[in-house]
Write a protein that binds this ligand. Structure first.
Ligand code: WT7
Length: 586
C-alpha cells in the first residue's frame, strides 16, 4: 500500500484506490498474457483470443462514431474474427512475420481490424498520422519498408497515390471505401471485400521480443526515427492502464489520440481492450458539445486526452460544462505536455474528476511516471509507477551521475528493463545504443524531483517542438520548405502559443531573384501545407537577411527562438485553424 504523499491538500488527492498500486509484477502479468503457444506472446492473442477462449467474446469491444454520429459496434469475437480474416488476406498477399503493414485510416473502426489483423499475421503494425502531407508520409513509408498499406480511399488518393512510383517496397494497397462503398481502381484492392471473403487464420505464435509496432519520432537533425516495439509491450501497457486508470472490466474508455501516435496504439487499441473494457472511437473533429455529449451519452468511465484538448474545452466555459455535468467519469487523465494545476482543478469543477497528468514517450511504449488515483500532485507529472525505476541524471558526453538533491534539474533517465521499452531505432543501431548508458535509458527531458519524489517537467534538452501535444522535429519542417526554389536557408523553431503550447514558425533567407513580401509568404505557407500537411506546416514565416549561425556555420536555432518569442502573434498569418489539437487532414 502506497501511503498518500505528505503536504497534500484534500483536493490534491484523488480517489483512494491506492491498494491497486501496492505491487507491480511484470513477470506475473507476462504469464497471464501468454499464448497462443506455451511461452509465446502475441498482442492479438493477449487482447482478443484470450477473452474469446474465456467465453467473453460477446462483450462490447469497439463503439465507433461516424462524422454524423452513425454508430458501429464490434464485439470482442467480431473483432477477433475480422482480424483473423485480414490475417489470412495479408498472408495470401505474401506478408510473413516481421513484415510491416502501414495503416492510414484516421480514427475509424477499421483501424482496429487492421492492427489486430497485422498482429495475428505476425506482422508489424505501422500507423500513420492522417494530418501528415505526402512528404512526411513518403519518408515514413520508405523507412518502414511497408509491403502493404491499408488506407481509406480518400486519404490514399489525396496523399499517397502520387508517391507509388517512388515506393518500390509497397506492393499492395487495400482501400476502405467511403461509407462502405466498394473501391475500384487498378492500383488497389477493396479491404472490406477481401476481409469478408477470407477464412479466419490462426494467430501466429510470436515471441515476446518479436517486433509488433512501429512509430516515428522526429529528431532535431536527420530524418524521422522509426521506433520499434515488440509484443512484450502489451504487458506494460495492460498493467499501467490498470494502475493509472484503475480500469475495471466493462469500463467505457475513450482515448482521443490520433492514430500514428503511440498514445493511440497503447491506450486506444491495446490496453483498454486487454483489460476487458469497451473503447469509444470518434471520427469527427473536435466540437465541445459533441465531446461533452460523448462523455455523457456513451457513459465514458475513463477519459485519456491532452492538455491542448483540455484547454480547448476550458475555453468554452463552465456554463457549457454544467449542461453536461452529469456523467459517468471516474478517471480523467492527460499526456503529451505539462498540465497546469488550473487544468487539473478545472476537471474537478467541470467534469467532477481532476485530470491526472501522465508522462511517457514513444520510446518508453507505456506510461512510466504518473499521478494516480490516491497519489496525485497537481502541476507535477507524478511518481514513477511501481516497477519503474527513474532517476534525475547529469550527463556529460557519455558519463552520467545521479542528481540526488531535491529540486535540482537534470535529465530524466529510466531503467531500461521496462517491458515496453523500444527495441530499435530502425536502421540506426549506433543511435539506439547511445540512448542507453549504464543500463539507463536517457529520455532527453529535463526534470526536477521534489522532496516527495514527484517529478516536475522543466523542458526538453533539445530543439524539439511541442504543438498541440504532438512532437515536431524542426529539421523535418526545414527540409520540406527547402524544396521551394525561393528558400536559401531556413530555421524552424517553436513559438509559445496559449492554446497549443507552441506553434512551428520558420525564419527564411531568400535566394537571389526572390522578393520578401506578402505574396511570397502566402505562397510558402501554402506550399508547406500541401507538402508537409497541417500537422507540420509552419504557422508563420519570417524573412531574414542573414541567419544567426554558430562559429561552425550551423544555424543557431536558439537565437531564432528568442526572435520568435519576441514576435507578436499575428492571427492573419494562421492559414487554417487547429481544432483542439486535431488538424483537418488536408
Ligand atoms: C515527449 C514525448 C507518449 C506520449 C505522447 C507523446 C513530452 C509527454 C508529458 C507530460 C510534460 C510531457 C516530453 C516527452 N511529454 N508527457 N506529462 N508533461 N511533457 O509522445 O511524441 O514521443 O513525445 O512529450 O517532452 O519526451 P512523444
Amino acid at each position: 500500500m502506497v501511503p498518500p504523499m505528505s503536504g497534500q491538500t484534500p483536493s490534491e488527492q484523488c480517489f483512494t484506490d491506492a491498494a491497486s498500486l501496492s505491487k507491480t509484477d511484470w513477470a506475473e502479468a507476462r504469464q497471464a498474457l501468454t499464448g497462443p503457444q506455451p511461452g509465446s506472446l502475441n498482442i492479438a492473442h493477449a487482447v482478443l483470443d484470450r477473452q474469446v477462449a474465456a467465453g467473453r467474446g460477446d462483450r462490447a469491444a469497439v463503439l465507433s462514431l461516424g462524422r454524423r454520429y452513425e454508430k458501429r459496434r464490434l464485439s470482442v469475437a467480431q473483432l477477433a474474427d475480422q482480424a483473423a480474416r485480414l490475417a489470412q488476406v495479408l498472408t495470401r498477399h505474401g506478408i510473413v512475420p516481421g513484415d510491416k503493414v502501414a495503416v492510414l485510416t484516421g480514427r475509424r473502426i477499421e483501424l482496429y481490424v487492421a492492427a489486430f489483423g497485422a498482429w495475428k499475421a505476425g506482422a508489424v503494425f505501422c500507423p500513420l498520422f492522417s494530418a501528415f502531407g505526402p512528404g512526411p508520409l513518403k519518408s515514413r513509408l520508405e523507412l518502414s519498408q511497408a509491403k502493404v498499406l491499408i488506407a481509406t480511399e480518400d486519404l490514399y488518393r489525396r496523399k499517397v497515390a502520387g508517391l507509388r512510383a517512388s515506393l518500390p517496397d509497397l506492393v499492395h494497397v487495400l482501400l476502405i471505401g467511403e461509407d462502405g462503398q466498394p473501391v475500384a481502381g487498378e492500383d488497389a484492392e477493396d479491404f472490406n471485400a477481401l476481409v469478408a471473403a477470407a477464412t479466419p487464420a490462426a494467430t501466429i505464435a510470436t515471441q515476446a521480443e518479436d517486433p509488433a509496432f512501429l512509430h516515428f519520432t522526429s529528431g532535431t537533425t536527420g530524418t524521422p526515427k522509426g521506433v520499434l516495439h515488440s509484443h512484450s509491450a502489451v504487458v506494460a501497457q495492460t498493467l499501467t492502464a490498470r494502475l493509472v486508470f484503475g480500469l475495471q472490466e466493462d469500463d467505457v474508455f475513450w482515448c482521443t489520440a490520433d492514430p500514428g501516435w503511440i498514445t493511440n496504439t497503447a491506450y486506444a487499441l491495446i490496453a483498454p481492450l486487454a483489460n476487458g473494457c469497451q473503447v469509444v472511437v470518434d471520427e469527427a473533429e473536435f466540437d465541445p458539445r459533441r465531446w461533452y455529449g460523448i462523455l455523457k451519452d456513451e457513459k465514458v468511465n475513463v477519459w485519456y486526452t491532452t492538455p491542448t484538448n483540455i484547454r480547448m474545452m476550458m475555453r468554452y466555459g463552465a456554463a457549457l460544462a454544467r449542461v453536461y455535468k452529469e456523467n459517468s467519469l471516474r478517471v480523467a487523465a492527460s499526456v503529451g505536455e505539462p498540465l497546469n494545476p488550473e487544468a487539473v482543478a478545472w476537471g474537478e469543477k467541470a467534469l467532477g474528476v481532476p485530470f491526472l497528468d501522465t508522462w511517457w514517450q514513444t520510446e518508453t511504449g507505456a506510461i512510466a511516471i504518473a499521478n494516480c488515483p490516491g497519489r496525485a500532485k497537481a502541476g507535477s507529472m507524478g511518481m514513477p509507477l511501481p516497477g519503474v525505476e527513474a532517476a534525475v541524471m547529469s550527463r556529460e558526453l557519455t558519463r552520467i551521475t545521479p542528481v540526488d538533491q531535491p529540486d535540482e534539474v537534470g535529465e530524466l533517465a529510466l531503467r531500461a528493463d521496462l517491458p515496453s521499452m523500444f527495441t530499435a531505432y530502425m536502421g540506426e543501431g549506433a543511435h539506439y545504443d547511445s540512448s542507453f548508458v549504464d543500463g539507463w535509458y536517457l529520455t532527453g527531458d529535463l526534470v526536477r524531483r521534489d522532496s516527495d519524489g514527484c517529478y516536475w517537467f522543466v523542458g526538453r534538452a533539445d530543439d524539439m517542438i511541442k504543438s498541440a501535444s504532438h512532437t515536431i522535429g524542426p529539421f523535418e519542417v526545414e527540409c520540406g520548405l527547402m524544396d521551394h526554389p525561393a528558400v536559401a536557408e531556413i530555421g524552424v523553431v517553436g513559438k509559445p502559443d496559449l492554446l497549443l503550447r507552441e506553434v512551428p514558425v520558420a525564419f527564411i533567407s531568400l535566394n537571389p531573384g526572390f522578393e520578401p513580401g506578402e505574396a511570397l509568404r502566402v505562397e510558402l505557407l501554402t506550399f508547406a501545407r500541401q507538402c508537409l500537411g497541417g500537422a507540420l506546416a509552419p504557422r508563420e514565416i519570417h524573412f531574414v537577411d542573414a541567419m544567426p549561425k554558430t562559429t561552425t556555420g550551423k544555424i543557431l536555432r536558439r537565437a531564432l527562438k528568442a526572435k520568435a518569442v519576441a514576435e507578436p502573434e499575428d492571427d492573419e498569418l494562421i492559414l487554417a485553424p487547429v481544432h483542439a489539437g486535431r488538424f483537418d487532414d488536408e
